[in-house]
Design a protein around this ligand. Structure first.
Ligand code: FO1
Length: 314
């Protein structure tokens, strides 16, 4: 079954791993957020793409969720000696990804081509597509003013309250043909349990992507979203605090409201079973299950249950 999944950081990557394991090779296409991308030491780093890449390649650091397992930090240490900033930690193995990507871009390749070449080299059986080849950069407004995303997320450890979010460059960014073709060919679409504000929203803000998903639904490809909020909390990252400071209800229902009108099935955790009627009142079917994806088996189970709910209404 041809599945297109929209994903950002760690939570999204984990469901993408489950979907990859549940599907025949080549059936999964992940559209990755690039709003978190950043230039470090002259290299382009694509955290949300790379988190999905390493997770689907089976080499992600299992605890951090980002970066490569068993990393060493010799280059980072020497960069510090040479007076470079070291708060954004790039491991020795991870550095190779950024060197190859940046070299290919300098040679004239599109970000999509560079990304697909790296995925092929790592033997990833799915496709991970940047949402656009154009530069889109998430900025957050805090009491410290407008901050670059990684400044907020890593350097300031997500402590400042987020009062507004903007995606610089989104007004002129174009979706890639690969993304639009993947959505056009999709039999189902899955919005992974990534941060709805800074991981899924940037993808949906790219011109044409929301319309392509709407068109897919119109021709019978149902859409599911998996809640990244369980019991009023985000399992990882600042999604709960961001929803609160931006004035949204911090619950699975609050997330469902963000997706109302675009989603046929909303997957929420058993802990939030009482919220199912409120979700269904938004015009989507509530699938209540254990959504905590601690290990590979759980990730495949949540993926299978989500795909089964979608197949039931396709
Ligand atoms: N997150 C951190 O909290 N500290 C880091 O030093 C850090 C480095 C890093 C390097 C490469 C990469 O792909 C991700 C990295 N992340 C780090 C995670 C990253 O900030 C987040 O995964 C995304 O931007 C949000 O999903």
């Amino acid at each position: 079954m041809r599945v297109v999944a929209l994903a950002g950081g760690v939570g999204g990557a984990r469901l993408a791993e489950g979907l990859q394991a549940a599907l025949p090779p080549g059936d999964l296409t992940v559209v990755a957020n690039t709003g978190d991308d950043t230039e470090r030491h002259g290299l382009l780093v694509c955290p949300d793409h790379d988190t999905v890449l390493y997770t689907l390649a089976g080499i992600a650091d299992p605890v951090q969720g980002w970066g490569i397992a068993g990393e060493s930090w010799a280059v980072m240490e020497r960069l510090g000696v040479l007076g470079e900033e070291t708060w954004f930690r790039l491991g020795d193995r991870d550095m190779a990804t950024h060197i190859v990507r940046t070299a290919r871009l300098r040679a004239g390749a599109r970000l999509t081509d560079a990304s697909l070449a790296i995925q092929a080299a790592l033997g990833v059986p799915s496709r991970i597509l940047p949402m656009t080849d154009d530069a889109v950069r998430t900025r957050v407004l805090t009491d410290e003013g407008w901050l670059e995303f990684q400044d907020y997320f890593v350097r300031l450890r997500q402590l400042p309250e987020v009062r507004a979010v903007r995606f610089d460059g989104v007004d002129v960014a174009e979706p890639t043909p690969e993304v639009l073709d993947a959505v056009d060919a999709a039999e189902v679409v899955v919005l992974c349990p990534s941060n709805p504000i800074v991981s899924v929203a940037p993808i949906l803000a790219i011109r044409g992507i929301r319309d392509a998903i709407r068109a897919a639904r119109g021709r019978g490809a149902p859409v599911a979203a998996v809640s990244p909020i369980v019991g009023g909390k985000a399992l990882k990252g600042p999604a709960d605090r961001m929803l609160a400071s931006l004035g949204h209800e911090v619950s699975a229902v609050g997330v469902a409201r963000l997706y109302a009108g675009m989603v046929d099935v909303f997957v929420l955790d058993a802990e939030d079973a009482a919220l199912a009627p409120d979700v269904e009142a938004l015009g989507m079917r509530a699938l209540v299950t254990d959504t905590i994806m601690t290990d590979g088996d759980a990730r495949v189970r949540v993926a299978r249950e989500t795909l089964a709910a979608l197949a039931a209404i396709a």
